[in-house]
Design a protein around this ligand. Sequence first.
Ligand code: SAJ
Length: 416
Amino acid sequence: MKLVTLGLGYIGLPTSIMFAKHGVDVLGIDVQQKVVDSLNQGKIHIEEPGLQEALEEVMASGKFKASTAPEKGDVFIIAVPTPNRDDQYKSVDLKYVLSAVEMIIPYLETNNTVIVESTIAPRTTDDHVKPLLEKAGFTIGEDLFLVHCPERVLPGQIMHELIHNNRIIGGVTEACKEAGKKVYGTFVQGELILTDAKTAEMSKLMENTYRDVNIALANELVKVCTKLGINALDVIQMANKHPRVNLHSPGPGVGGHCLAVDPYFIVAEAPDQAKLIYQARDINVSMPSFVVEHTAKLLNGLEGKKITVFGLTYKGNVDDIRESPAMDIYGMLKASGAGEVVAYDPHVNLEWVEQDMEKAVKDSSLVLILTDHNEFKEFNGSEFAGMATKQIFDTKNIVKQSPSDVTYINFGNLYD
Ligand code: SAJ
């Protein structure tokens, strides 16, 4: 089997490499020449445990190569970004998906399978992708097979989850479902669940929406408890002792290219019905302001103070700063008149991000933890010796034991 993948980002690259590891000849396509060059030189351009080693393995076996131009193949997988548009309900922008389809059309042959893995709004496969392929002369389910198989792997655990998660295979026809099953049967050990394309699209969106709505509930609880003088983190711990309750963890907001994006795809298609989903997004979007407001309170005003932000990525132990609430908070603090705002993140390799923890905290009045990197879980206290006032505001509740001479604040002991 020869596989052509379109998009070599956080999903397309691990997926391509996984197929190559299981004997498939893979040609990975990306529009960015520098990504293609780096991969062909055996270097990954994203951070994901196990991925670098896996790339080296498939380069050595000759099963994977990258290019900017597609070729003919048996299976085409589209894993390109689907950002929000800038409209009222932030609907899905299909431009990359549709241009990927246009790009492969000249290479498609009878009996090929086209799979969209990118997250798309409900009905996109039937209403947008299928017509393009039909216009090119194919009859879906007869001489070309079309499938939506949403990716559902967790960044940080992608290599494990690609193999062990179950997969929803949304075929446009029965024959399409079977074609999709054959492709993922190459390496997936989880269940291969066959359904139609629109059910697959909606299921994927609801998984992330479920999580977003539950996080919003936890974040709202923090706001309520802050007003009422109750420890929200204790409440979550108590309530979760109930066998049917699973309150999520509150935090400085919800980021990444999934939870902060996908719920809008549902809202945009049915705004009058999807009210709770929209409200949950609003609550999560409000969290950076809540954090900045309480940072100012803890410091009796931000003017002239140095604040050190620990963590810029959207979650711990990844290098991804897309839709990161930590980036919003960093920007808001900088715009707020604080004396100096320094960002320290050992996972983010950008010129303006400090890599030396001691330098980052020197003369600082507050360490503001925004990301749950492993590096921020344990401190012996000496790290904070140079601070002007030794204070930590831990919005992720991750510090295991705060050093005794440091004032430690989290979402459990914030009061209005
Ligand atoms: N977060 C909280 N509280 C929580 C859990 C998460 O504030 O209790 C925040 C994180 O800090 C982060 C955001 O939510 O900012 C998202 O993190 P995540 O770990 O929940 O999810 P992602 O975005 O890394 O990956 C999700 C996963 N979806 C689900 O778990 C339902 C993953 O399986 C999907 O493949 C991925 O979205 C995707 O690509 O859609």
